[in-house]
Design a protein around this ligand. Structure first.
Ligand SMILES: [Zn+2]
Length: 320
């Protein structure tokens, strides 16, 4: 069945009674381009910041992560990363195509050191366009073999020294909802969350929280773990508290400052008061505020005593 466009269904019945401003086609097209460019600039900014904050967390916790991968520190893109309506603009403004190309290079990354440029493509050993996260490319990186890239139609070999990080991909989701989630393979942050967190420390705490869902195996029982439940139904309370607890260790181990990160929950309370005392699926906001503060005290005591920053596991559940 074909679904009629909304305009077609509603069209014809409405006729306005005031004289509306005349907008010319060139004006309209120029403004549309302007807004598309602004949107892309904003996405790049969020993406860059997310990776810049998340990579150190993934890097500092490899010994606590059950799986690892090689990271070169780039964000790849292709047309399918953009909503369909933005495809013409993504082609025109960002040179996005069907095959993945480098969109962003993280400061201080292996890719930056190797002179990777925006628009470069990574090639498999058979000369096919691939991504740094593909299985074959990962083993090449791990083995330290020279890497083939394609730049402006020319293929060349480069030396790319990748870094070992926790084996989960970090993604930005274009959505105004304040949320983040983990699915066992990815850590996903919404643009709404990126705009809501006050500083990199808060963002690192959310990254740590989602990383903990993945490393602690919470996903075996639950498909999706949202950092905030705004209407979810699944029972995940103990897992949320554990992800907050372990996540703070992760962020501190990466060098982020845990002071005041619990303020996130007071600000969220202002933003979504009706969820403050709701505890159907997630711990109440006050509980999360207090647990984070208590975890910080525990971590600070360990730091003062010169003890390793490892979460306290229950004796029976200690990893063998
Ligand atoms: Zn969570």
């Amino acid at each position: 069945m074909r679904i009629l466009p909304v305009a077609l269904i509603l069209g014809g019945c409405a006729s306005v009674s005031t004289q509306l401003p005349d907008i010319t086609a060139p004006q309209l097209s120029a403004e549309q381009t302007r807004q598309e460019v602004l949107a892309f600039e904003n996405l790049d900014r969020l993406q860059q910041r997310l990776m810049q904050v998340a990579l150190p967390v993934l890097k500092a916790n490899t010994e606590l992560c059950p799986k690892t991968r090689q990271s070169v520190g780039v964000v790849m893109h292709s047309l399918k990363n953009y909503p369909k309506s933005l495809h013409p603009a993504a082609k025109r403004e960002l040179n996005a195509g069907v095959e993945p190309t480098v969109r962003l290079i993280i400061n201080g990354s292996a890719a930056e050191a190797a002179g990777i440029k925006i628009g470069d493509q990574f090639l498999s050993s058979e000369g096919k366009v691939t991504t740094p996260t593909s299985k074959a490319f990962q083993s090449q990186l791990k083995a330290g073999e020279p890497i083939q890239i394609r730049r402006g139609g020319k293929d060349m070999a480069i030396n790319l020294k990748s870094e070992t990080v926790c084996g989960y991909k970090v993604r930005l989701s274009i959505s105004s909802t304040i949320n983040a989630y983990a699915d066992g393979r990815h850590i996903t942050m919404t643009s709404g969350m990126m705009n809501f967190v006050e500083d990199d420390d808060e963002l690192a705490q959310i990254v740590g929280h989602e990383l903990a869902h993945n490393t602690m195996g919470h996903i075996r029982k639950i498909i999706t773990n949202f950092v905030v439940s705004l209407g979810g139904t699944r029972y995940t309370r103990p897992f949320e508290t554990e992800a907050d607890y372990v996540g703070m260790y992760y962020m501190v181990r990466a060098g982020y400052n845990p002071d005041d990160v619990e303020e996130f929950w007071r600000r969220l309370a202002l933003n979504s008061p009706k969820y403050v005392a709701r505890d159907k699926t997630h711990p109440r906001f006050p509980n999360r505020y207090l647990s984070l503060a208590a975890t910080r005290e525990e971590i600070k005591a360990k730091q003062a005593a010169g003890l390793p920053l490892i979460p306290n596991f229950k004796a029976a559940e200690k990893k063998s």
